[in-house]
Design a protein around this ligand. Structure first.
Ligand code: DX5
Ligand code: ZN
Length: 236
């Protein structure tokens, strides 16, 4: 099921389970759902597109019922080569949003269209070194744009400061209804600048699951994002 557009109107924190205890993923998911998370972010890595290997369809399929029972949505970030080979599998596993890297897609229009035809929200992702111009056309066929603020592959990296200006420039480039997702190094020190620049779906892995109390940290970050990011309308 696609992610409702009503979830794009104010800044939201998306917990990324990459930094959770993998032996207790269901429990970690339930904790952030109870704290009010509306979108859960899952990082799929193949050891080719990025140096790390993480999780695949079976884990997504196991977590999907936990997320959906809470009335929330599952956002799956594919950091893999040849994502076209797997979009159907992840749709079947219960993903609601599926994002693919512009750097990994030879026929991005076709990939985004296929994701939409499967009834999911389609996202296009840019690495920090990829210029915004690379998605000028693709963005017309995407439901959201994910801007990486670290080089993908690992949780717990430092936010690349130039990302703030890139978010601002991307915001000016996109139609107002298309939310910008920001992923990497988002935490107490950076979330204000990210939300103010126009970030709406703010992924936080280590900041949430590395905290002593993930639920409390999720709520604190959500409040900070709303305070700094919701004064203007979407699209400013
Ligand atoms: C990085 C992943 C992120 C990761 C972010 O390649 O795409 O989603 O979980 O982790 P933090 O929030 O720790 O930077
Ligand atoms: Zn991610």
């Amino acid at each position: 099921m696609a992610i409702p557009t009503s979830l794009s109107s104010e800044p939201l924190v998306l917990p990324s389970v990459l930094s959770a205890d993998f032996s207790r993923l269901g429990e970690a998911t339930a904790v952030v759902m109870e704290a009010g998370a509306r979108l859960l972010h899952i990082d799929v890595m193949d050891g080719h597109f990025v140096p790390n290997i993480t999780i695949g369809q079976p884990v997504v399929a196991s977590l999907a019922p936990v997320v959906h029972a809470a009335g929330a949505f599952l956002d799956v970030h594919l950091m893999i080569e040849e994502p076209d080979r797997y979009v159907e599998d992840f749709a079947r596993a219960g993903a609601d949003g599926l994002s693919v890297h512009i750097e990994a897609c030879r026929h991005i229009h076709k990939t985004l269209t296929t994701i939409r035809e499967l009834g999911l929200s389609a996202g296009v992702v840019l690495n920090p070194g990829t210029p915004l111009g690379a998605i000028e056309e693709a963005a017309r066929h995407a439901d959201f744009v994910l801007l990486m603020s670290v080089n993908p592959g690992f949780g717990g990296q430092s936010f690349i400061p130039e990302s703030v200006d890139k978010i601002r420039r991307l915001r000016a480039m996109l139609p107002p209804q298309v939310p910008i997702q920001v992923d990497g190094g988002v935490g107490r020190d950076t979330i204000g600048a990210v939300a103010t620049a126009g970030g709406r779906w703010l992924v936080a892995g280590s900041a949430v699951f590395g905290a002593a109390d993930p639920a409390a940290e999720f709520r604190a970050l959500s409040a900070m994002a709303r305070e700094t990011g919701s004064h203007g309308r979407l699209g400013r």
